[in-house]
Design a binder for this molecule. Structure first.
Ligand code: FES
Ligand SMILES: [Fe+2]
Length: 437
């Protein structure tokens, strides 16, 4: 059972908390490149409970600063983004992307103290259409994440954001819990509805898989398995990757190159960044006649972004409208009556409360991956707090490059990890394909 103290340690990510310190060891996806234009509007960015302002200067460089001006703490959100810097509108002090004070125009020239004043700033990197922020203390930040889906060429991937109004960990735990798919998402879909050869039909025939779970160098992994063709098993593999990434099964392991980051905005809001290889095989989404399976859309419709701290990438279906649940559809064509996979996941994870009270849980064998993931996070946060141990992947994120999620078949007498490695060797690796072209 997870105790109250463990739950606090796992979920709180603000400055000074052990899990917040763990998160600050890594680069965090912060926003999409398209959210910042040169000399465009400053962006309110909430990350790990810190209120930040992101802006792109005239030369295209990105700055991420504490939102409070170092003069007398007016918010730089109201600043003028002009001619190579962000100017506070209170007294006109101007800052570059590194936080250096460039001008103090309200002071006589002999009273300026430009070199002494610096706005608090964080290191920034931009890759593949995503802006990353490093909130740690190293002068030279560690390498960027190296999951396969995050290092593909920008025209090879889609990256979407969607916000959820709950603690980051309960959102993440939904991705490493495959047995819910056969209920929450496809509870009303019967095997006769889908292509009789579709690999995912075995999720509909047997909705109670068994699991292998183990710790890995990058976090944890599982294989859920159930009987398939005679002598074979149908496997679904997934990974937790430190500190907040998931790779979940959403198509065949051979080309399911995806990654999802659950980046805490604060303790009760999380932003998901979903990276998807454009050319992967689509997961189960149509019936045997080719019609869309009702309510199983993968796209998330979001409201227009607003400048609010929590105004970015808010789903149209949210807790304020009960996720637009349609009770008639719930009786007839859908298990939930809630549209889209993300909407269904949001409804259940947000309904747990802003921070789920894990002392009330009754975990089952289907939750072994969740237990393993909590142990990995607790272990890493305590080791950092108590002995300064650098957490997994920080110095060598490439360790996680080979991790892949997805489904596959294997003979029932083949060891599960051997089957995984063998399928991975035969899998598509688009970076390698590109290199060979
Ligand atoms: S508070 Fe920003 S310049 Fe005075
Ligand atoms: Fe789900």
């Amino acid at each position: 059972m997870t105790t109250t103290a463990e739950n606090e340690l796992l979920t709180r990510v603000g400055p000074g908390t052990p899990m917040g310190a763990l998160m600050r060891q890594y680069w965090l996806p912060a926003c999409l490149s398209t959210e910042l234009t040169a000399d465009g509007d400053p962006l309110r960015l909430m990350l790990l409970g810190e209120k930040l302002i992101a802006f792109r200067d005239s030369a295209g460089r990105i700055g991420v600063l504490d939102h409070r001006c170092p003069h007398r703490c007016a918010s730089l959100f109201f600043g003028r983004n002009e001619e190579g810097g962000l100017r506070c509108v209170y007294h006109g002090w101007k800052f570059d992307t590194a936080g250096n004070c460039l001008e103090m125009p309200n002071l006589p020239i002999d009273q300026e103290a430009l070199p002494k004043i610096k706005a608090k700033s964080y290191q920034v990197a931009e890759r593949g259409g995503v802006v990353y922020v490093y909130m740690g203390e190293r002068a030279i930040a560690p390498p960027l994440p190296a999951l396969e889906a995050t290092v593909l060429a920008p025209d090879e991937t889609y990256v979407y954001c969607a916000q959820r109004e709950c603690n980051w960990l309960q959102a993440l735990e939904g991705d490493i819990d495959t047995s819910h798919f056969s209920f929450l998402h496809t509870g009303k879909v019967e095997v006769g509805h889908v292509d009789p050869d579709h690999p995912e039909r075995f999720q509909l025939i047997d909705r109670a898989p068994r699991y292998h779970v183990q710790a890995t160098d990058w976090g944890a992994m599982y294989a859920a398995y159930r009987p398939a063709q005679p002598g074979h098993l149908y496997y679904r593999f997934a990974h937790f990757v430190m500190p907040f990434w998931t790779l979940f099964p959403n198509g065949p392991l051979t080309d399911n190159i995806i990654a999802q980051a659950w980046v805490p905005m604060d303790d009760t809001h999380v932003m998901s960044f979903q990276y998807t290889w454009r050319h992967r095989t689509q997961p189960l989404s149509v019936t045997r006649t080719g019609a869309p399976i009702p309510y199983l859309e993968r796209q998330v419709a979001t409201l227009p972004n607003t400048p609010d701290w929590f105004g970015r990438w808010v789903p149209v279906a949210n807790s304020g409208n009960d996720y637009l649940i349609d009770r008639d559809s719930q009786r007839t064509v859908s298990f939930t009556g809630i549209a889209s996979v993300f909407g269904q996941d949001s409804a259940v994870t947000v309904s747990m409360g802003e921070i789920s009270d894990r002392t009330l849980e009754h975990l089952a064998p289907s939750d072994r991956m969740i237990v393993m993931t909590r142990l990995r996070l607790l272990g890493a946060a305590r080791a950092l707090r108590d002995s300064g141990t650098v957490p997994p992947l920080v110095d060598d994120p490439s360790v996680s490059y080979g991790a892949r999620s997805g489904d596959m078949f294997a003979p029932e007498d083949q060891p599960w990890l051997e089957a995984y490695e063998e399928t991975l060797r035969q899998a598509q690796h688009p970076e390698m394909l590109q290199a060979a072209e």
